[in-house]
Design a protein around this ligand. Structure first.
Ligand code: ATP
Ligand code: MG
Length: 401
């Protein structure tokens, strides 16, 4: 369908850091536009840059809230406003503003308003304070039962006169900011079903990193349901970062070897070292530049400073731990904000809880751990695990939103 002013709504999309990118700005702008177009590709739309703003027209068959929700989920988007574009003329601005306000009053309870005018087009003959006053006056004379409140208005209305056009809009809905996906390499998240790893994946993706995932299970000790939970978490994340490829690996053969041959109190750290080794092999063959984990300093026995050092020794590629210095409550808040929390707290078993020692070592010594591992054929175990992987591509299902 051909998109025009009659059959569509306008949304103003503002970018955050992309605007600061200096010489690389055209590149970031181009990628962001591509990401926005991709996020709404199943809707008739017309999207382009105009000055420092992205103007997105979407078919009016799509609800405003739904459109704003999708647009604000694109990384690199700082805020979104449903808007109307107006001729650069004071009379037109006043009329459009009055019409915009009456329409809003049909949908919600608005008794007071304030107009905030902006004029970045300095050739426009009327200055901001006068634009505000005139547009406010036009609203007061055309709309019944509304008055001005400059301190605490029900509706804050913007009249924005720019070089490329004039716009009327209300509140901005905040996006997540960050940088467009794909502008910062690709990383492999070690994805459990917990609260932390989905948040870690989100945070790296928000900085422009494409994400692939690896998940370890201990089937049949861990259930199919537990695995489906991890897939569901990836599905939520895919709403922000597109289809996620997940490598699924059964760790049980390795866990059994460890339990049979190594000191019981070292099981946790030994298993973690295997996870990292396997993840690194998967990363190398899939062109992921780094590993990402949801580790958080001091949270559990395997995440003491000493344990992290011993864990890190088995890999050569960088390991990103974006949550390392965050408090658990803040991670939980973030999980709620991005929509993974309710899934994460579903009580399904994780492979880490299988064969959990009663008293795990919290301050492992590298030489002791290496000594214990010498009872195992590490290389062969890692190779077999990597070769046994299953690969699934998990896409966001917009109907399940
Ligand atoms: P999470 O909430 O992410 O599960 P956690 O606080 O439970 O983290 P651990 O279980 O010690 O902490 O795991 C630390 C990190 O190791 C996880 O954040 C994740 O990156 C990785 N990890 C743990 N279990 C698995 C698994 N079954 N598959 C893949 N990665 C895992
Ligand atoms: Mg966990």
């Amino acid at each position: 369908m051909e998109i025009n002013n009659e059959n569509s709504r306008l949304y103003i999309v503002r970018c955050g850091e992309v605007a600061l990118k200096g010489m690389n700005k055209p590149y970031f702008e181009r990628v962001l536009l591509e990401r926005v177009r991709n996020a709404i590709k199943d809707w008739d739309n017309d999207s382009h840059w105009a000055g420092g703003l992205m103007l997105v027209r979407i078919s009016d068959k799509i609800g405003k809230d739904e459109a704003v929700r999708r647009l604000s989920k694109v990384f690199g988007v700082a805020s979104v406003s449903p808007a109307i574009s107006v001729e650069k003329d004071m009379k037109a601005l006043g009329q459009a503003a009055a019409q915009y306000v009456s329409q809003l009053m049909e949908e919600e309870d608005i008794k007071t308003f304030k107009v905030k005018a902006k004029r970045s087009d300095k050739s426009f003959p009327v200055q901001s304070p006068e634009i505000g006053a005139e547009v406010g006056g036009a609203i007061l004379s055309a709309v019944k039962d509304i008055r001005v409140d400059v301190h605490n208005p029900d509706l804050l209305l913007f009249a924005d006169v720019r070089r490329e056009g004039a716009y009327i809009y209300r509140d901005k809905v905040k996006g997540f900011g960050g940088l467009p996906l794909g502008t910062n390499g690709k990383g492999l998240i070690l994805m459990s079903g917990g609260i932390d790893s989905p948040v870690a994946a989100f945070m790296m993706a928000k900085r422009g990193m494409r994400i692939e995932a690896v998940h370890f299970h201990s089937y049949p000790y861990t259930s199919q349901r537990a695995r489906r939970k991890v897939e569901d978490l990836c599905r939520v994340l895919a709403g922000y970062m597109g289809t996620i490829r997940m490598h699924v690996i059964n760790l049980l053969p390795i866990q059994e070897e460890i339990v049979k041959n190594c000191p019981q109190d070292e099981t946790t750290i030994l298993v973690r070292r295997f996870m990292m080794r396997i993840a690194q092999e998967v990363a190398l063959k899939t062109h992921n530049m780094m590993l990402i984990t949801g580790e958080d300093l001091g949270q559990v026995a395997s995440q003491t400073a000493e344990a992290l050092v011993v864990t890190d020794k088995v890999v050569d590629i960088p390991v990103m731990r974006p949550l390392i210095a965050m408090d658990k409550v803040d991670i939980m808040d973030k999980a709620k904000e991005i929509g993974t929390y309710d899934l994460s707290i579903q009580p399904y078993e994780d492979c880490c809880t299988v064969f959990l020692p009663k008293h795990p070592v919290t301050k492992p010594k590298l030489d002791r751990i290496e000594q214990s591992e010498s009872a195992l054929d590490v290389e062969a175990l890692v190779k077999a695990a990597v070769e046994s992987e299953e690969v699934v591509d998990i896409s966001f299902d917009s109907i399940a939103e």
